[in-house]
Design a protein around this ligand. Structure first.
Ligand SMILES: [Zn+2]
Length: 356
């Protein structure tokens, strides 16, 4: 075009395949692989961006939330139009990644991951990336990983601290070997209470994506099995060299899958960073006619709908501080109730306006 011929031999992945650890064979393996990304918040955005550009052939993105203004500081796949449109994160992420790499298959699933759907969501996936914001769901993911013999890559970032680990069933300790029980609700800092820095998220997500590429390229021996934690502000790093899976571990030792079998971690849950409670219908298999629901709710407040959600504020439903309650309802009946003081109140609001 400007007199410089495009050298076709240098395809999209040329610079990556040039790295001897990857090579053409590794690149082909990466292209034939399939990854489930659970959660498209800050970590999910950054790690899946790297995987899409690296040419992972199939990505399935799952997220339960919509894009908000406070996400843009660190959630690198979203923009102001996504905020204005109240676009579900999974869909916004897919739209962006399709523009980045149209040669791979990208699926978006707008849903909450729980015991009833995780096996189906992971179907056909070689690896699971953790982009979650809560521990309960990570224990579910860990159960699935061990039960179905699939590796997953744990990542967490809050404030100026980050943590990552690779969990390979039968080879490394699992999450429950390291932390037998999830921390009690409200005992750990969240992005909501402690904030989080974008570069810290990048550091964690980059390490997650790197470990993923090692696995997908068939280079398991290059994995760093250490549980790494760091504080990027005080410049401290801790590496916990893992041993082997513990025979006493309830999950990988005893194979008791409490989360996967739905005996733990159910019900309404408070969303990190949202001052919102999620309420799920007992039967989430029926799809709601969103326009009709928006019309019905319009008699109780100001409601609008787009292709994926109904959103609005109730006129006569306020919390203790007199603020009006905000509802976001997804097509499968799942709702985010913002501003309610408790899960009980959120459930009551749901029952009254949406139905049970
Ligand atoms: Zn274990």
């Amino acid at each position: 075009m400007n007199g410089y011929p495009v050298r076709m031999s240098e395809g999209r992945y040329h610079r990556q395949a040039l790295v001897p650890s990857i090579g053409d064979a590794g690149q082909e393996r990466i292209g034939n692989s399939s990854v489930l990304v659970v959660g498209c918040g800050a970590l999910g955005c950054m790690s899946v961006d790297l995987l899409a550009r690296a040419g992972v052939g199939h990505l399935r993105l799952v997220d339960r939330d919509v894009v908000e203004l406070t996400n843009l500081q660190r959630q690198s796949l979203f923009d102001e139009d996504d905020v204005a449109s109240r676009r579900p994160k999974a869909i916004a992420a897919r739209n962006r990644l399709e523009a980045v790499n149209s040669s791979i298959r990208i699926e978006a699933v707008v849903d909450d991951v729980d015991a009833s759907n995780i096996e189906h969501l992971a179907d056909g996936c070689d690896l699971i990336m953790d982009g979650l914001d809560n521990f309960e769901a990570r224990y579910l993911l860990n159960d699935l990983s061990i039960a179905t013999d699939r590796p997953w890559i744990y990542g967490g970032a809050v404030g100026t601290t980050g943590m990552t680990a690779v969990i390979v069933p039968g080879r490394t300790p699992c999450l429950r070997c390291l932390f037998p029980e999830p921390p009690a609700a409200g005992t750990t800092p969240t992005c909501d209470t402690a904030g989080v820095l974008g570069p810290v998220v990048s550091m964690v997500a980059a390490r997650q994506a790197l470990q993923a590429l090692k696995i997908l390229a068939g280079q398991d021996e290059a994995l760093d099995p250490a549980l790494l934690s760091f504080d990027a502000w005080s410049n401290t790093t801790r590496e916990m060299k893992p041993g082997t899976p513990s025979p006493e571990c309830p999950c990988c030792g005893q194979r008791d899958f409490e989360w996967l079998e739905g005996r733990r971690g159910q019900g309404a849950s408070i969303l990190c960073g949202r001052n919102a409670v999620q309420v799920k219908p007992d039967d989430g298999s029926t799809l709601l006619p969103l326009e009709e629901l928006a019309r019905r709710l319009s008699t109780h407040g100001t409601f609008r709908c787009n292709d994926s959600v109904v959103h609005g504020t109730l006129d006569h439903e306020v919390n203790e501080d007199g603020e009006r309650i905000e509802l976001t309802i997804f097509q499968n009946g799942r709702a985010l109730v913002k501003g309610s003081g408790s899960t009980e109140h959120a459930r009551a609001v749901y029952a009254k306006y949406i139905g049970t």
